[in-house]
Each structure stands twice: as structure tokens, then as C-alpha cells.
Design a protein around this ligand. Structure first.
Ligand SMILES: [Zn+2]
Length: 289
């Protein structure tokens, strides 16, 4: 069933678990995530990058999402990941997506504050929720982002700016990075604890790929309630594709559907493992929107 990102995340906050927000890039990855969440009785957030939304077209993504979510037995919401471009946000707001991440992390504070406020106004006018990011989360993802930490603020500044702009969810820098880790990251669950003391605004953890279950648990216990997973999904999808195509070639049997089934099963396995680590299994209840 279609649901609102904020409703899903607020329920997670109350229940002491986190909701997985998985980046998908075609109908197969979308259906695999939704089916895995349905089978696990877990709420789930579907995310598209700006690049994928542009490549497929917002209308096609929206229609695919509606078909998949309406067939699901759990609450599912549709979110636009890292978007610095107001025109794309306008498109998905018009299309009725549940939420957007306005990425202002490349901007100086005054500009970030001003633009975030404007995006919140235009999104809220249509009932769309806004995740705000003004500190840059290290790593480049689908052409957005930077490998260098350039903008960082105190926890009280973050809370103050989020409250003032009217944002619904907060994505702070927590020591994680986009992509695959080269060394062990220095994680900052202490920042979540500090933010939690100042505000009950839901906190989002980016760069979920490569953390251990114990590290996820530490963040969730500190108060994170949405965890983004992108690289792990892309990687398993591509590895499973390569394997399935090798099998087809070895058998000289060129049927696409078994290949899709093999990929879907592996993506679903990865999703299920994350849902278990996040504690969201069997938490699904009624959705809205
Ligand atoms: Zn991210």
C-alpha cells in the first residue's frame, strides 16, 4: 500500500527500529525490494536517484511505483534521493511522490538555508515531505556529492536550521560515506545522541553499505530511523546478472525470464538481510496516501 515517508519513519521512531530506504533503478529492482519487504512484513522506502529518475522519466517511475506499491501488503513510500536541482523536485512534487531529499550540502550556510526554505514551501504546498542535508556526506553517488568534507556544523546549528526551514527529516554527517569503504570509517553515533537530545526530528543515516549489523544497531539505538542503502543493491544486482548470464551462456539457453528471476532472488535476499538488521521485520501496519 502507498504510504507517506514521514508516517513510516515516525512509526519506526516510536518502535525503536529503522526503515530501510533502498535505491532502485529499474522495474526488476523495484519489484524485488517491494516483494522482499512484503514477505518480511516490513515497511519500506523506495528511492530513486536524480539520474535514474531523469533517465526513465518521472511519469514512468511514478506509474511503476504505484503498480508495485498497490500490490504490496506493507506500507511503501516513494522518495527522491540527493537532489540539488529544484526543477527535478518540482517534477516529482507534481507527480505526487511522498518525499524528496533536497541536497544543499554544496552551498554555503546562508544559501543552503534560503534554498531549503523555498523547497520546503513548494513541497509542503503539495503535501510532500522534505529530507534536508546541509552537511556533505562524503562520497559521490550517481554524479552527486564530493569526496571531501566541506560543510560541517554543530548539532545545535543543524537542529536550529532544520526547525527554521521547516524540514521534516534530517540527514547529518555521521561518519559514513557513499560507495564502498576503502578503510574502516570513524562512525559518529554520538552525533545522533546529541541531536536526539535537542529535537525529535527523524534522523537519516546515509552510506549504509558495508556497515556491520552491530554498527547499524548502535545507530538505531542512538535514534536513527531511516537508513539508506544503495551500493549494496547495485552490487548484488550486477553480480547476480553476471552469474545468471554466464549460466545461460554455458547452457546455451537464452531465456530472459530465468535470468530476471535469479537476479530478483539475490536482490531480495540482500534486502531481507538489511530489514532484519534494521529490526523492521513484522512491524508493518496500515499505511496512508
Ligand atoms: Zn545519500
Amino acid at each position: 500500500m502507498r504510504a507517506s515517508t514521514l508516517d513510516i519513519v515516525r512509526q519506526a521512531q516510536e518502535g525503536g527500529y529503522a526503515v530501510g530506504a533502498f535505491n532502485v533503478f529499474d522495474d526488476l529492482s523495484l519489484r524485488s525490494v517491494v516483494q522482499a519487504a512484503s514477505a518480511a512484513g516490513s515497511p519500506v522506502i523506495i528511492q530513486f536517484s536524480v539520474r535514474t529518475a531523469r533517465a526513465m522519466g518521472v511519469d514512468l517511475v511514478t506509474a511503476m511505483f504505484h503498480a508495485a506499491a498497490d500490490a504490496a501488503t506493507v506500507p511503501v513510500s516513494l522518495h527522491l534521493d540527493h537532489c540539488p536541482d529544484v526543477s527535478v523536485i518540482e517534477d516529482v512534487v507534481r507527480a505526487g511522490w511522498s518525499s524528496v531529499l533536497f541536497d544543499a550540502s554544496h552551498l554555503g550556510l546562508a544559501e543552503a538555508r534560503e534554498q531549503t526554505r523555498r523547497v520546503v514551501d513548494l513541497a509542503h504546498a503539495r503535501g510532500v515531505e522534505v529530507e534536508s542535508e546541509i552537511e556533505n556526506i562524503v562520497g559521490v553517488e550517481d554524479g552527486v556529492g564530493s569526496d571531501v568534507l566541506t560543510h560541517a556544523y554543530s548539532e545545535s546549528e543543524l537542529v536550529e536550521i532544520a526547525a527554521e526551514t521547516g524540514a521534516d527529516l534530517l540527514a547529518p554527517q555521521l561518519g559514513t560515506a557513499h560507495g564502498l569503504y576503502k578503510g574502516r570509517p570513524v562512525l559518529r553515533p554520538d552525533r545522533v545522541t546529541a541531536l536526539r537530545k535537542l529535537s525529535d526530528m527523524p534522523i537519516v543515516l546515509h552510506g549504509g553499505t558495508g556497515l556491520t549489523d552491530a554498527e547499524f544497531r548502535t545507530f538505531i539505538d542512538a535514534g536513527v530511523s531511516k537508513i539508506n542503502v544503495s551500493t549494496a543493491i547495485k552490487r548484488i544486482y550486477m553480480e547476480a546478472s553476471a552469474e545468471a548470464l554466464r549460466t545461460a551462456r554455458d547452457a546455451n539457453r537464452w531465456e530472459p525470464l530465468p535470468v530476471f528471476d535469479a537476479i530478483s532472488a539475490r536482490v531480495a535476499e540482500t534486502v531481507t538481510a538489511h530489514l532484519e538488521a534494521f529490526g523492521s521485520v513484522a512491524r508493518a501496519s496500515g499505511g496512508s496516501r
